[in-house]
Write a protein that binds this ligand. Structure first.
Ligand SMILES: [Fe+2]
Length: 475
Protein backbone atom coordinates (compact mmCIF):
# COMPACT_ATOMS: atom_id res chain seq x y z
CA UNK A 1 0.00 0.00 0.00
CA UNK A 2 1.22 3.48 -0.80
CA UNK A 3 1.93 5.19 2.51
CA UNK A 4 1.05 8.71 1.41
CA UNK A 5 -2.34 7.78 0.05
CA UNK A 6 -3.03 5.72 3.13
CA UNK A 7 -2.26 8.61 5.44
CA UNK A 8 -4.36 10.99 3.37
CA UNK A 9 -7.34 8.74 3.87
CA UNK A 10 -7.06 9.02 7.65
CA UNK A 11 -8.31 11.91 9.72
CA UNK A 12 -4.96 12.46 11.49
CA UNK A 13 -2.76 13.12 8.48
CA UNK A 14 -1.09 16.22 9.98
CA UNK A 15 -0.20 14.39 13.17
CA UNK A 16 1.31 11.45 11.28
CA UNK A 17 3.38 13.90 9.28
CA UNK A 18 4.58 15.50 12.52
CA UNK A 19 5.83 12.07 13.63
CA UNK A 20 7.86 11.69 10.47
CA UNK A 21 9.25 15.16 11.20
CA UNK A 22 10.63 13.79 14.49
CA UNK A 23 13.03 11.44 12.71
CA UNK A 24 10.81 8.39 12.29
CA UNK A 25 12.02 6.39 9.31
CA UNK A 26 9.32 3.82 9.07
CA UNK A 27 5.90 2.94 10.41
CA UNK A 28 4.91 -0.69 9.86
CA UNK A 29 1.56 -1.06 8.14
CA UNK A 30 -0.26 -2.67 11.08
CA UNK A 31 1.04 0.10 13.35
CA UNK A 32 -0.04 2.75 10.87
CA UNK A 33 -3.53 1.27 10.71
CA UNK A 34 -4.03 1.73 14.44
CA UNK A 35 -2.24 5.08 14.52
CA UNK A 36 -4.34 6.96 11.96
CA UNK A 37 -7.48 6.32 13.93
CA UNK A 38 -6.08 7.03 17.39
CA UNK A 39 -5.50 10.74 17.97
CA UNK A 40 -4.63 10.17 21.64
CA UNK A 41 -1.84 7.76 20.75
CA UNK A 42 -0.54 10.16 18.12
CA UNK A 43 -0.43 12.96 20.71
CA UNK A 44 1.54 10.70 23.04
CA UNK A 45 4.10 10.06 20.32
CA UNK A 46 4.32 13.73 19.34
CA UNK A 47 4.99 14.71 22.95
CA UNK A 48 7.72 12.12 23.50
CA UNK A 49 11.28 13.47 23.77
CA UNK A 50 12.73 10.47 22.02
CA UNK A 51 10.89 8.47 19.44
CA UNK A 52 12.06 5.23 17.78
CA UNK A 53 13.06 5.44 14.14
CA UNK A 54 10.76 2.52 13.29
CA UNK A 55 7.28 2.31 14.77
CA UNK A 56 5.94 -1.20 15.27
CA UNK A 57 2.57 -2.31 16.58
CA UNK A 58 4.33 -3.82 19.62
CA UNK A 59 5.82 -0.46 20.46
CA UNK A 60 2.37 1.17 20.22
CA UNK A 61 0.94 -1.53 22.50
CA UNK A 62 3.64 -0.79 25.07
CA UNK A 63 2.65 2.90 24.94
CA UNK A 64 -0.96 2.05 25.61
CA UNK A 65 -0.14 -0.11 28.61
CA UNK A 66 3.30 0.94 29.79
CA UNK A 67 5.17 -1.24 32.28
CA UNK A 68 5.06 0.73 35.49
CA UNK A 69 6.96 -1.60 37.80
CA UNK A 70 10.50 -1.84 36.51
CA UNK A 71 11.85 -3.01 39.87
CA UNK A 72 8.95 -5.05 41.23
CA UNK A 73 8.37 -7.83 38.72
CA UNK A 74 5.14 -9.60 38.10
CA UNK A 75 4.85 -13.34 38.57
CA UNK A 76 6.13 -15.15 35.48
CA UNK A 77 3.63 -16.68 33.12
CA UNK A 78 3.15 -20.39 33.89
CA UNK A 79 3.19 -21.31 30.20
CA UNK A 80 6.03 -19.99 28.08
CA UNK A 81 4.52 -17.95 25.24
CA UNK A 82 6.25 -17.78 21.89
CA UNK A 83 5.39 -17.21 18.27
CA UNK A 84 7.11 -17.35 14.93
CA UNK A 85 7.27 -13.89 13.42
CA UNK A 86 8.87 -14.64 10.09
CA UNK A 87 9.68 -18.01 8.61
CA UNK A 88 10.74 -19.11 5.13
CA UNK A 89 8.30 -21.71 3.91
CA UNK A 90 8.62 -22.50 0.23
CA UNK A 91 10.09 -21.29 -2.97
CA UNK A 92 9.23 -20.96 -6.62
CA UNK A 93 11.18 -22.59 -9.46
CA UNK A 94 14.07 -20.43 -10.63
CA UNK A 95 13.95 -18.77 -14.05
CA UNK A 96 15.81 -15.76 -15.47
CA UNK A 97 13.05 -13.46 -14.22
CA UNK A 98 13.58 -14.73 -10.64
CA UNK A 99 16.94 -12.96 -10.36
CA UNK A 100 15.45 -9.69 -11.53
CA UNK A 101 12.47 -9.91 -9.17
CA UNK A 102 14.76 -10.87 -6.30
CA UNK A 103 17.02 -7.84 -6.72
CA UNK A 104 14.11 -5.48 -7.37
CA UNK A 105 12.42 -6.57 -4.13
CA UNK A 106 15.69 -6.02 -2.25
CA UNK A 107 16.12 -2.60 -3.83
CA UNK A 108 12.56 -1.50 -3.21
CA UNK A 109 12.54 -2.37 0.47
CA UNK A 110 15.96 -0.97 1.34
CA UNK A 111 15.65 2.15 -0.80
CA UNK A 112 12.35 2.93 0.91
CA UNK A 113 14.10 2.76 4.28
CA UNK A 114 16.84 5.09 3.05
CA UNK A 115 14.39 7.43 1.42
CA UNK A 116 12.96 8.30 4.84
CA UNK A 117 16.30 9.10 6.41
CA UNK A 118 16.37 12.78 7.42
CA UNK A 119 19.98 13.21 6.28
CA UNK A 120 19.19 11.99 2.77
CA UNK A 121 17.39 15.04 1.50
CA UNK A 122 17.23 15.99 -2.18
CA UNK A 123 17.13 12.41 -3.39
CA UNK A 124 16.82 12.05 -7.13
CA UNK A 125 16.76 8.98 -9.32
CA UNK A 126 19.90 8.03 -11.23
CA UNK A 127 18.01 8.62 -14.48
CA UNK A 128 17.64 12.29 -13.52
CA UNK A 129 21.38 12.82 -12.92
CA UNK A 130 22.11 14.06 -16.42
CA UNK A 131 19.80 17.02 -15.77
CA UNK A 132 21.40 17.72 -12.38
CA UNK A 133 25.00 18.22 -13.54
CA UNK A 134 27.09 20.29 -11.09
CA UNK A 135 24.30 20.31 -8.51
CA UNK A 136 25.77 19.89 -5.02
CA UNK A 137 24.21 18.25 -2.01
CA UNK A 138 22.04 15.78 -3.85
CA UNK A 139 21.46 12.14 -3.02
CA UNK A 140 21.06 8.98 -5.02
CA UNK A 141 20.01 5.60 -3.66
CA UNK A 142 21.40 2.65 -5.55
CA UNK A 143 22.45 -0.97 -5.50
CA UNK A 144 26.19 -1.49 -5.84
CA UNK A 145 26.84 -3.44 -9.01
CA UNK A 146 30.61 -3.16 -9.12
CA UNK A 147 33.56 -1.85 -7.08
CA UNK A 148 36.87 -0.95 -8.74
CA UNK A 149 39.92 0.05 -6.73
CA UNK A 150 42.10 2.89 -8.01
CA UNK A 151 45.49 4.05 -6.73
CA UNK A 152 45.73 5.64 -3.29
CA UNK A 153 42.63 3.94 -1.95
CA UNK A 154 40.17 5.72 -4.23
CA UNK A 155 37.33 3.70 -5.64
CA UNK A 156 34.83 3.79 -8.47
CA UNK A 157 31.49 2.17 -7.82
CA UNK A 158 28.87 1.38 -10.38
CA UNK A 159 25.46 1.74 -8.78
CA UNK A 160 22.01 1.32 -10.24
CA UNK A 161 18.42 2.01 -9.41
CA UNK A 162 15.24 1.27 -11.34
CA UNK A 163 15.90 4.21 -13.70
CA UNK A 164 19.52 3.58 -14.71
CA UNK A 165 23.10 3.29 -13.54
CA UNK A 166 26.04 5.58 -12.90
CA UNK A 167 29.65 5.50 -11.84
CA UNK A 168 30.37 6.97 -8.42
CA UNK A 169 33.73 8.33 -7.39
CA UNK A 170 34.64 7.46 -3.78
CA UNK A 171 37.53 9.57 -2.46
CA UNK A 172 40.20 7.87 -0.38
CA UNK A 173 39.30 9.87 2.74
CA UNK A 174 35.67 8.76 2.89
CA UNK A 175 35.44 6.97 6.28
CA UNK A 176 33.01 4.28 5.13
CA UNK A 177 34.74 3.44 1.85
CA UNK A 178 36.07 0.07 3.05
CA UNK A 179 32.63 -0.98 4.28
CA UNK A 180 30.87 -0.90 0.91
CA UNK A 181 30.19 -4.34 -0.56
CA UNK A 182 28.74 -5.52 -3.88
CA UNK A 183 24.96 -5.89 -4.22
CA UNK A 184 24.04 -3.85 -1.16
CA UNK A 185 21.74 -0.82 -1.29
CA UNK A 186 23.21 2.46 -0.08
CA UNK A 187 22.43 6.15 -0.07
CA UNK A 188 25.13 8.38 -1.55
CA UNK A 189 25.32 12.12 -1.01
CA UNK A 190 27.43 14.24 -3.26
CA UNK A 191 27.65 16.17 -6.49
CA UNK A 192 26.62 15.22 -9.99
CA UNK A 193 29.35 15.47 -12.63
CA UNK A 194 29.55 14.55 -16.30
CA UNK A 195 28.78 10.81 -16.40
CA UNK A 196 29.98 10.38 -12.83
CA UNK A 197 28.74 11.17 -9.34
CA UNK A 198 31.20 12.50 -6.74
CA UNK A 199 30.40 11.05 -3.32
CA UNK A 200 31.04 12.86 -0.07
CA UNK A 201 28.98 10.63 2.21
CA UNK A 202 27.69 7.07 2.12
CA UNK A 203 24.66 6.17 4.23
CA UNK A 204 23.74 2.58 5.07
CA UNK A 205 20.12 1.58 5.79
CA UNK A 206 21.12 0.58 9.35
CA UNK A 207 18.89 -0.39 12.26
CA UNK A 208 17.16 2.05 14.57
CA UNK A 209 17.95 2.14 18.30
CA UNK A 210 16.18 -0.71 20.01
CA UNK A 211 14.99 -0.53 23.59
CA UNK A 212 14.66 -3.68 25.66
CA UNK A 213 11.15 -4.01 27.07
CA UNK A 214 11.97 -4.90 30.66
CA UNK A 215 9.75 -7.40 32.42
CA UNK A 216 10.05 -10.61 34.39
CA UNK A 217 11.02 -13.33 31.95
CA UNK A 218 12.80 -16.68 31.75
CA UNK A 219 16.34 -17.44 30.65
CA UNK A 220 17.42 -18.69 27.23
CA UNK A 221 20.50 -20.60 26.18
CA UNK A 222 22.02 -19.89 22.77
CA UNK A 223 24.01 -22.76 21.28
CA UNK A 224 25.02 -23.83 17.81
CA UNK A 225 27.07 -26.15 15.60
CA UNK A 226 26.62 -29.46 17.37
CA UNK A 227 28.14 -31.28 14.35
CA UNK A 228 26.86 -34.70 15.39
CA UNK A 229 28.55 -37.38 13.28
CA UNK A 230 31.98 -35.78 13.36
CA UNK A 231 34.81 -37.61 15.12
CA UNK A 232 35.50 -34.24 16.71
CA UNK A 233 32.06 -34.06 18.35
CA UNK A 234 32.80 -33.43 22.01
CA UNK A 235 30.63 -35.94 23.83
CA UNK A 236 31.94 -34.92 27.26
CA UNK A 237 31.04 -31.29 26.59
CA UNK A 238 27.55 -32.40 25.53
CA UNK A 239 27.16 -34.44 28.75
CA UNK A 240 28.16 -31.40 30.82
CA UNK A 241 25.60 -29.33 28.95
CA UNK A 242 22.81 -31.88 29.53
CA UNK A 243 23.66 -32.16 33.25
CA UNK A 244 23.83 -28.40 33.67
CA UNK A 245 20.50 -27.82 32.00
CA UNK A 246 18.84 -30.35 34.33
CA UNK A 247 19.78 -28.19 37.29
CA UNK A 248 18.90 -24.80 35.80
CA UNK A 249 15.14 -24.66 35.71
CA UNK A 250 15.17 -20.93 34.92
CA UNK A 251 16.20 -21.83 31.35
CA UNK A 252 13.02 -22.27 29.33
CA UNK A 253 14.36 -21.96 25.78
CA UNK A 254 17.30 -23.19 23.77
CA UNK A 255 18.14 -21.73 20.38
CA UNK A 256 20.35 -23.79 18.05
CA UNK A 257 21.65 -21.83 15.06
CA UNK A 258 22.35 -24.72 12.71
CA UNK A 259 24.97 -27.30 11.76
CA UNK A 260 23.13 -29.85 13.85
CA UNK A 261 25.03 -32.62 12.08
CA UNK A 262 28.38 -32.70 10.30
CA UNK A 263 26.92 -33.72 6.94
CA UNK A 264 28.52 -35.67 4.13
CA UNK A 265 30.95 -34.46 1.48
CA UNK A 266 31.17 -30.93 2.78
CA UNK A 267 34.80 -30.55 1.81
CA UNK A 268 37.65 -32.71 0.53
CA UNK A 269 38.44 -35.67 2.79
CA UNK A 270 35.67 -34.80 5.24
CA UNK A 271 34.75 -38.51 5.28
CA UNK A 272 37.99 -39.27 7.13
CA UNK A 273 36.74 -37.11 10.00
CA UNK A 274 33.34 -38.78 10.28
CA UNK A 275 32.19 -41.12 13.01
CA UNK A 276 28.80 -41.63 11.37
CA UNK A 277 29.00 -41.75 7.59
CA UNK A 278 25.34 -41.57 6.55
CA UNK A 279 23.06 -38.59 6.85
CA UNK A 280 20.27 -40.80 8.21
CA UNK A 281 22.62 -42.08 10.91
CA UNK A 282 23.67 -38.54 11.81
CA UNK A 283 20.07 -37.37 12.10
CA UNK A 284 19.18 -40.38 14.28
CA UNK A 285 22.14 -39.57 16.51
CA UNK A 286 21.17 -35.90 16.73
CA UNK A 287 17.66 -36.93 17.79
CA UNK A 288 19.16 -39.20 20.45
CA UNK A 289 21.37 -36.46 21.87
CA UNK A 290 18.81 -33.66 21.78
CA UNK A 291 16.31 -36.05 23.38
CA UNK A 292 18.50 -36.00 26.49
CA UNK A 293 17.67 -32.35 27.14
CA UNK A 294 15.07 -31.60 29.83
CA UNK A 295 11.76 -32.05 28.06
CA UNK A 296 10.03 -28.96 29.47
CA UNK A 297 12.47 -26.72 27.58
CA UNK A 298 11.35 -25.38 24.23
CA UNK A 299 14.10 -25.94 21.68
CA UNK A 300 14.16 -23.88 18.48
CA UNK A 301 16.59 -25.15 15.86
CA UNK A 302 17.46 -24.13 12.31
CA UNK A 303 19.64 -25.62 9.59
CA UNK A 304 23.19 -24.68 8.79
CA UNK A 305 25.33 -25.25 5.72
CA UNK A 306 26.39 -28.73 6.98
CA UNK A 307 22.81 -29.95 7.43
CA UNK A 308 20.89 -32.05 4.89
CA UNK A 309 18.87 -29.20 3.47
CA UNK A 310 18.97 -27.01 0.39
CA UNK A 311 22.50 -25.63 0.14
CA UNK A 312 21.36 -22.12 -0.73
CA UNK A 313 19.84 -19.65 1.74
CA UNK A 314 17.23 -19.05 2.91
CA UNK A 315 16.91 -22.68 3.94
CA UNK A 316 13.41 -23.97 4.59
CA UNK A 317 12.52 -26.26 7.46
CA UNK A 318 14.13 -29.70 6.97
CA UNK A 319 12.47 -31.87 4.33
CA UNK A 320 9.97 -34.32 5.84
CA UNK A 321 11.85 -37.48 4.85
CA UNK A 322 15.07 -36.30 6.50
CA UNK A 323 13.58 -35.08 9.73
CA UNK A 324 11.62 -38.22 10.72
CA UNK A 325 13.84 -39.01 13.72
CA UNK A 326 13.30 -35.47 15.04
CA UNK A 327 9.53 -35.94 15.17
CA UNK A 328 9.98 -38.05 18.32
CA UNK A 329 11.38 -35.04 20.18
CA UNK A 330 8.22 -33.25 21.20
CA UNK A 331 9.90 -30.15 22.65
CA UNK A 332 12.00 -29.55 19.51
CA UNK A 333 10.77 -27.18 16.80
CA UNK A 334 12.60 -27.03 13.51
CA UNK A 335 12.62 -23.67 11.74
CA UNK A 336 13.91 -22.09 8.60
CA UNK A 337 17.32 -20.46 8.36
CA UNK A 338 16.96 -17.59 9.02
CA UNK A 339 13.93 -17.27 11.24
CA UNK A 340 12.46 -14.61 13.50
CA UNK A 341 10.93 -15.98 16.72
CA UNK A 342 9.37 -14.04 19.56
CA UNK A 343 9.64 -15.47 23.07
CA UNK A 344 7.97 -13.66 25.94
CA UNK A 345 7.90 -10.46 23.88
CA UNK A 346 11.56 -10.62 22.81
CA UNK A 347 12.31 -11.05 19.12
CA UNK A 348 15.21 -13.35 18.30
CA UNK A 349 16.64 -13.37 14.81
CA UNK A 350 18.34 -16.74 14.45
CA UNK A 351 20.59 -17.13 11.42
CA UNK A 352 23.26 -19.77 10.89
CA UNK A 353 25.71 -17.11 9.72
CA UNK A 354 27.06 -18.58 6.49
CA UNK A 355 27.40 -15.11 4.98
CA UNK A 356 29.83 -14.08 7.73
CA UNK A 357 32.51 -15.63 5.49
CA UNK A 358 31.72 -13.29 2.61
CA UNK A 359 31.17 -10.22 4.77
CA UNK A 360 34.45 -10.71 6.65
CA UNK A 361 36.22 -11.13 3.32
CA UNK A 362 34.51 -8.17 1.62
CA UNK A 363 34.90 -5.59 4.38
CA UNK A 364 38.50 -4.51 4.60
CA UNK A 365 38.46 -3.10 8.17
CA UNK A 366 37.27 -6.41 9.66
CA UNK A 367 39.17 -8.84 7.42
CA UNK A 368 41.89 -9.58 9.97
CA UNK A 369 39.73 -9.82 13.07
CA UNK A 370 36.37 -10.99 11.78
CA UNK A 371 36.78 -14.65 12.74
CA UNK A 372 38.04 -13.75 16.21
CA UNK A 373 35.26 -11.21 16.76
CA UNK A 374 32.16 -12.40 14.88
CA UNK A 375 30.14 -9.48 16.24
CA UNK A 376 32.02 -7.25 13.77
CA UNK A 377 30.41 -9.11 10.87
CA UNK A 378 27.05 -9.18 12.65
CA UNK A 379 27.14 -5.38 13.02
CA UNK A 380 27.75 -4.91 9.30
CA UNK A 381 24.85 -7.22 8.42
CA UNK A 382 22.60 -5.12 10.62
CA UNK A 383 23.93 -1.87 9.13
CA UNK A 384 23.18 -3.19 5.67
CA UNK A 385 19.78 -4.49 6.86
CA UNK A 386 20.57 -7.69 5.00
CA UNK A 387 21.70 -11.13 6.18
CA UNK A 388 23.65 -11.93 3.03
CA UNK A 389 24.27 -8.81 0.97
CA UNK A 390 27.04 -10.13 -1.31
CA UNK A 391 25.38 -12.30 -3.93
CA UNK A 392 27.29 -15.36 -5.12
CA UNK A 393 30.00 -16.01 -2.55
CA UNK A 394 27.67 -18.06 -0.38
CA UNK A 395 24.72 -19.51 -2.19
CA UNK A 396 21.49 -17.52 -2.22
CA UNK A 397 18.25 -18.72 -3.72
CA UNK A 398 16.69 -16.01 -5.93
CA UNK A 399 13.09 -15.86 -4.78
CA UNK A 400 10.46 -13.38 -5.89
CA UNK A 401 10.95 -11.66 -2.55
CA UNK A 402 14.35 -11.31 -0.93
CA UNK A 403 13.72 -13.07 2.39
CA UNK A 404 17.19 -12.18 3.71
CA UNK A 405 16.45 -8.47 4.16
CA UNK A 406 16.24 -7.56 7.83
CA UNK A 407 12.78 -6.06 7.74
CA UNK A 408 11.95 -7.02 11.32
CA UNK A 409 14.42 -5.42 13.70
CA UNK A 410 15.17 -7.95 16.47
CA UNK A 411 16.12 -7.59 20.11
CA UNK A 412 18.61 -10.48 19.77
CA UNK A 413 20.67 -11.47 16.74
CA UNK A 414 22.03 -15.01 17.11
CA UNK A 415 24.48 -16.67 14.73
CA UNK A 416 26.82 -19.67 14.68
CA UNK A 417 28.88 -20.97 11.74
CA UNK A 418 32.27 -19.47 12.69
CA UNK A 419 32.28 -21.55 15.92
CA UNK A 420 33.51 -18.57 17.90
CA UNK A 421 31.90 -17.17 21.02
CA UNK A 422 31.20 -13.46 21.15
CA UNK A 423 28.73 -11.32 23.04
CA UNK A 424 28.22 -7.73 22.04
CA UNK A 425 25.58 -5.08 21.58
CA UNK A 426 24.79 -2.77 18.67
CA UNK A 427 22.19 0.01 18.86
CA UNK A 428 20.50 -1.87 21.69
CA UNK A 429 20.42 -5.21 19.82
CA UNK A 430 22.14 -8.07 21.66
CA UNK A 431 24.59 -9.83 19.36
CA UNK A 432 25.35 -13.44 20.14
CA UNK A 433 27.75 -15.71 18.32
CA UNK A 434 27.72 -19.24 19.72
CA UNK A 435 30.64 -21.60 20.02
CA UNK A 436 30.45 -25.25 19.02
CA UNK A 437 30.30 -28.82 20.29
CA UNK A 438 32.97 -29.77 17.77
CA UNK A 439 36.67 -29.69 18.54
CA UNK A 440 38.81 -27.65 16.16
CA UNK A 441 39.25 -29.46 12.83
CA UNK A 442 42.33 -29.52 10.62
CA UNK A 443 40.29 -27.68 8.00
CA UNK A 444 39.58 -24.81 10.44
CA UNK A 445 43.21 -24.70 11.50
CA UNK A 446 44.23 -24.42 7.85
CA UNK A 447 41.84 -21.48 7.44
CA UNK A 448 43.37 -19.80 10.50
CA UNK A 449 40.15 -19.87 12.54
CA UNK A 450 40.21 -20.00 16.32
CA UNK A 451 36.96 -21.67 17.46
CA UNK A 452 35.50 -21.74 20.98
CA UNK A 453 34.53 -25.39 21.62
CA UNK A 454 32.08 -25.72 24.52
CA UNK A 455 31.41 -21.99 24.92
CA UNK A 456 27.87 -20.72 24.65
CA UNK A 457 25.65 -17.90 25.91
CA UNK A 458 23.10 -17.75 28.70
CA UNK A 459 20.73 -14.80 28.53
CA UNK A 460 18.31 -13.45 31.08
CA UNK A 461 15.43 -12.39 28.86
CA UNK A 462 14.18 -10.01 31.55
CA UNK A 463 16.82 -7.45 30.66
CA UNK A 464 18.96 -9.04 27.95
CA UNK A 465 21.99 -9.48 30.20
CA UNK A 466 24.18 -12.30 28.90
CA UNK A 467 27.01 -14.35 30.22
CA UNK A 468 29.33 -16.86 28.56
CA UNK A 469 29.07 -20.40 29.80
CA UNK A 470 31.81 -22.97 29.23
CA UNK A 471 30.61 -26.58 29.06
CA UNK A 472 34.11 -27.81 28.38
CA UNK A 473 34.46 -27.57 32.14
CA UNK A 474 32.05 -29.05 34.64
CA UNK A 475 29.94 -26.18 35.97
FE1 LIG B 1 29.59 -25.36 11.87
Amino acid sequence: MNLTSFVQEGSNKDKVQQIFGKGVRMIYQDALTSLVSDGELLDKLINMDQIPEEITSDFLKSLKSPITQPTKFEKPEPVAPFRVIKEYISWDPVNPQSFLNFFISRYKYLSQLLWRRPQLKNTISIGQLSRAKDRRDITIIGMVRDIRNLNDGRRILTVEDLSGSTDVFIPSNLPSKGEIVPDEVIGIKGQAGRNIFFANQVVFPDVPMVTWPKAQRSHALFISDTHIGSKKFLEGVWDNFVSWIKEHKEVKYIFIAGDLVDGIGMYKNQDKGLDIDTIEGQMEAFAKYIGQVRNDIKIFAASGNHDPNRDSEPQPVFPEEISKPLKKIKNLEMHSNPTWIEVEGITVLMYHGTSLDSIIDAIEPIRNEGYKKPYLGQIHLLKKRHLSPVFGRNKIFPDKQDFMVIDKVPHVFHTGHVHKLSIHSYRGIKLISSGTFQDTTDFQEKLGHSPSPGKFVLMNLSDGSSSPIDFSRVQ
